[in-house]
Design a protein around this ligand. Structure first.
Ligand code: HEC
Length: 481
């Protein structure tokens, strides 16, 4: 059912952390582990040890899809305790019984699909090591080591290139277009797009900030993300004072997308936990849990009148909801693969979505039903982000083929393309006046484009490298006023 594009795409979207932090983890573990490995080796020459023998095989071959950030099928392989906990279908390792252990059965091809998914099987030697370790009782790491992923690149032995700059995972213009909020690892940075200067850093978020929304009056900013496999969070900040106002919690996995209703009263969120939630901004309470998607929800959008919500999912569907009642109205199921982006036209009469099947779908949406009005294979690879211009005339997509494409929303004919992007563009936002496009990339860079000339306004910024206005003070006074 799943195909490998989904996985590649998921690695493109939220999980920049998987690759970067896995790398950091392996390096720092490599350094810290020497004495422990020796201890294990002394203990028993025949039984493979977890740290010395098993973890390296699993990290190398399985980590890209079974990390804290990816957790395909719910399985995290990067620590002993997570591995023993198992996946969506329960334990994958039954100590002393390799034959019955699902992990072993899957690497040997006895259970489908064979792991590692869509790539070469492990070598016979590697399989033998894992089997003999399981048959020896799958002993944990020596001592009380927790071979968990190391998230802070703090060890002095780490080379500078590992001191990673966060990818840009979300970006949003303020309603007046004067500010740009950029989300990355545990932070939101507010910059002035005109000058490129940093106004504030909002810190303390759990993991990546995967989506940002401003209140329609521009006074509040909501930043969403959360700890994969644990809980989603939405933090609401004052734009003026940079104070945290409240935190909304309830999702059981990280949030990929949020939207603020046009009347300012409601926030919608879509999560990896397959749920869509509507929140009351004033009380911080959950109003409705919209439960109907059968896989991760990657995008949500309100209709311009605020009465409808569209949600797009890995399950290949867009669902249209009644915001007042929380009732699902209908499902648009034309896509042949997971959907990463969804947007309403400015008239509210159409909804567009795109994702891994490289296709833009546009539906005419009525009260009780919607019909596909057009679709086009628009990009050469998965669509990572989609936006509809505020005047309703253009649909913009960013694809892992390295392009940002502008298309006529009425015909889907190409208007312009900005290609040769230095890295995947995962986050797009068009300024409310429709003049600028902000594009945030996996490599941590952010570019602003003039939408009339399609030229870059200035050199790309490394947003998470920008200096604070002064020693951490981020108020107006620090900005020199
Ligand atoms: C390219 C991505 C990818 C890689 C690499 C990968 N897996 Fe998987 N894994 C998946 C996907 C997708 C599923 C869900 C398959 C399904 O249910 O159809 C899965 C499911 C599993 C499951 C079942 C978990 C459960 O409870 O449902 C096990 C066990 C597993 N993988 C082990 C491994 C091991 C061991 C490796 C490395 C040798 C590995 N995987 C490498 C993508 C991957």
């Amino acid at each position: 059912m799943l195909d490998y594009r989904i996985i590649r795409k998921i690695s493109a979207i939220g999980a920049a952390c998987a690759a970067t932090f896995a790398m950091v983890g392996i390096l720092s573990r490599g350094v810290a582990e020497v004495p422990r490995v020796m201890a294990e080796a002394k203990m028993d020459h025949k039984t493979p040890g977890y740290s010395a023998d098993v973890a390296p095989i699993l990290n190398k071959n399985c980590g890209s899809c079974h990390s804290a950030a990816q957790h395909k099928s719910g399985l995290v392989i990067e620590s002993y305790s997570a591995l023993m906990k198992g996946g969506r279908h329960g334990q994958v390792i039954l100590p002393h019984d390799a034959k019955a252990s699902r992990l072993i059965r899957m690497i040997e091809g006895e259970d489908d699909p064979q792991m590692p998914f869509e790539s070469d099987p492990l070598s016979a030697a590697e399989i033998a090591i894992l089997k003999s370790w399981v048959n020896a009782g799958a002993p944990g790491p020596a001592g009380n080591e927790v071979a968990a992923i190391v998230k802070t690149p703090a060890t002095p032995d780490i080379r500078p290139e590992v001191n990673v700059i966060s990818p840009v995972t979300s970006v949003r213009f303020s309603p007046d277009g004067k500010l740009l909020a950029v989300g990355g690892y545990k932070q939101v940075r507010i910059i002035e797009p005109a000058s490129g200067s940093l106004r504030a850093t909002l810190s303390g978020h759990a993991d990546y900030v995967r989506s940002i929304a401003f209140s329609p009056d521009g006074t509040l900013i909501a930043a969403a993300g959360g700890e994969p496999q644990s809980q989603g969070e939405i933090r609401i900040w004052s734009v003026e004072s940079h104070q945290l106002i409240k935190t909304l919690q309830g999702h059981k996995d990280c949030i990929y997308s949020i939207a603020w209703s046009p009347d300012g009263k409601t926030i919608a969120s879509g999560s990896y936990d397959r749920m869509v939630k509507l929140w009351d901004v004033a009380t911080g309470k959950e109003l409705f849990n919209l439960q109907d998607h059968i896989d991760a929800v990657f995008a949500v959008a309100f209709s311009p009148d605020g009465k409808r919500l569209a949600s797009a999912s890995q399950d290949r569907t867009v669902k249209i909801w009644n915001v007042a009642t929380g009732r699902r109205l209908y499902t648009l199921s034309d896509a042949s693969d997971g959907l990463t982006g969804v947007a309403y036209s400015s008239s509210g009469r159409e909804v567009a979505a795109a994702g891994y099947d490289k296709t833009i779908y546009v539906w005419r949406v009525a009260e009780e039903d919607g019909h596909l009005s057009q679709s086009l294979i628009a990009d050469e690879d998965s669509v990572l982000a989609l936006a509809w211009s505020p005047d309703g005339k253009a649909i913009v997509t960013a694809s892992s083929d390295g392009s940002i494409r502008f298309r006529d929303a009425a015909t889907l004919n190409p208007i312009s393309v900005i290609d040769k992007q230095p890295d995947w563009v995962q986050a797009l936002s068009i300024s409310p006046d429709g003049k600028w496009l902000a594009a945030g990339r996996y490599d941590g860079s952010l570019s602003l484009y003039d939408v009339t000339s399609y030229k870059e306004l200035r050199a790309p910024m490394m947003v998470f490298d920008l200096k604070q206005p002064s020693n951490g003070k981020t108020s107006k006074e620090a900005a020199g006023r």
